[in-house]
Design a protein around this ligand. Structure first.
Ligand SMILES: [Zn+2]
Ligand SMILES: [Zn+2]
Length: 73
């Protein structure tokens, strides 16, 4: 069986049921919405795993590119 019907092979389309609406005000993360990078979908779901592809959901905005490494020897 070939299921090459999309760029996200792990996505079974269940994320559509959990699809989060774009907020008019506020940030998505603040509203409890989480991003599944595998499904490329914003999800409104309690857990930390995507209900669709079981990938770990992103719950925080991306960290800025700076490292707080303290040189402690
Ligand atoms: Zn999905
Ligand atoms: Zn997913």
């Amino acid at each position: 069986m070939s299921r090459n019907s999309g760029p996200h092979p792990l996505c079974i389309g269940k994320c559509k049921e959990f699809q989060a609406q774009r907020p008019k005000v506020g940030k998505r993360y603040q509203l409890g919405q989480k991003l599944c990078q595998e499904c490329d979908q914003w999800i409104f779901h309690e857990g930390v795993m995507c209900p669709c592809c079981h990938n770990r959901l992103r719950t925080r905005p991306r960290c800025k590119k700076y490292k707080t490494k303290v040189a402690r020897i």
